[in-house]
Design a protein around this ligand. Sequence first.
Ligand SMILES: Cc1cc2nc3c(=O)[nH]c(=O)nc-3n(C[C@H](O)[C@H](O)[C@H](O)COP(=O)(O)OP(=O)(O)OC[C@H]3O[C@@H](n4cnc5c(N)ncnc54)[C@H](O)[C@@H]3O)c2cc1C
Length: 380
Amino acid sequence: MKHAFDTPERKAFRETIEAFVAKEIAPHAFEWDEAGQVPWELHSKIAALGVFGFGIDQEYGGLGFDDPFMRVDYAVAMSMCGAGGVSAALGGRSIAIDPIQKLASDNIKARCLKDIVEGRKGAGLGITEPSGGSDVARLKTTAKRDGGEWVLNGSKTFITGGMEADYFVIAARTGPPGLMGISLFFVEKDAPGFTRTPLPKKMGWWASNQATLFFDDCRIPAENLMGQQDYGFIQVMNNFNYERLGLSACALGMMKVCLEDSIEWAQQRETFGKPLIKHQIIRHKIAEMSARIDVVESYLQNICWRIDQGKIPVAEICKSKFFATKALEFCASEAMQILGGAGYLRGSRVENVYREVKVIAIGGGSEEIMRDLAVRQMGL
Ligand SMILES: Cc1cc2nc3c(=O)[nH]c(=O)nc-3n(C[C@H](O)[C@H](O)[C@H](O)COP(=O)(O)OP(=O)(O)OC[C@H]3O[C@@H](n4cnc5c(N)ncnc54)[C@H](O)[C@@H]3O)c2cc1C
């Protein structure tokens, strides 16, 4: 589809990322995914293109401006490498960067932010706990003030990049039950009382590690409280919007993979004396996939335009996330049918996408929670 809101800068950025993915990532994506990690140098290489610098001041290695269209283009292009785990391994830090820039002390930012944005160090955001991720209001990890320190107790799980990250933004309860009463803390990997273990084998996203983090009387300096005490959830809410927009864009990239690979295969493969693409049922599958891609892409462009106008279209972002994941589920299933047995083999982008549908549907706010939030935004 035509990019209705393109500017020369957006076009140049998109083409740069696409070229980088085609040359530096796609040829190795499956190998890295199977190996369970990407080479660490790749973090700095891709960071040099500015992909972690949206909305970040230049003194911290950022771009000094934000652009939702570029954020979306980046996520789409990365997802098209065919292994979402590679994209998550590199981009996992993004959800921690924004809160650090907005809420951490100048001292912490001066010491750490540039290294994160420029890809030398990793960072993770810890919200989800073993007792649940959807109901953030009931999180159980606590932080208590003790003289010049905060003392954290509890645990977090599913934390992306958690085994490699040097820095974490951790949500912990400092006040009464409920959404108010949660604060954010900057925790470094060598804080006393902090340990971590890797998650067991996962269905997908292999190149990206997820960790369970443990805080046993974990002591951090008082200045590591980020932003205002008890207002952590309110302060981090806009971060969830960008995370969800990014995941919708990942779904779009994965859908494009399904369509591209289906068309290529259907043109080559012959059944019953003619190319697969000439069978009406297959043509209709292609039409359906293509239509859903167009709808998701147009919706995301409209959302980006609103964000660019200074709005935060929360309901639309939530709706885009569950709509895009449902559309992705459809495309992954249809693409797998079109490829037949070939789609079931490792090394096929469609096989990878098929296994990674659910992480998009669950991570960063599940479909059910997105629907609920969208309806609440409608005042119902
Ligand atoms: C690969 C991966 C990476 C992740 N990375 C991170 C990360 O970096 N940081 C982080 O903090 N978290 C991360 N998560 C966690 C993710 O955000 C949670 O998995 C998600 O929010 C859902 O939480 P849960 O798994 O605990 O499910 P639960 O909250 O236990 O819910 C289970 C199911 O019930 C549904 N449900 C819950 N409440 C309701 C309701 N009221 N009505 C109807 N249905 C409901 C949910 O939608 C879900 O389908 C990651 C998850 C995965 C799989």
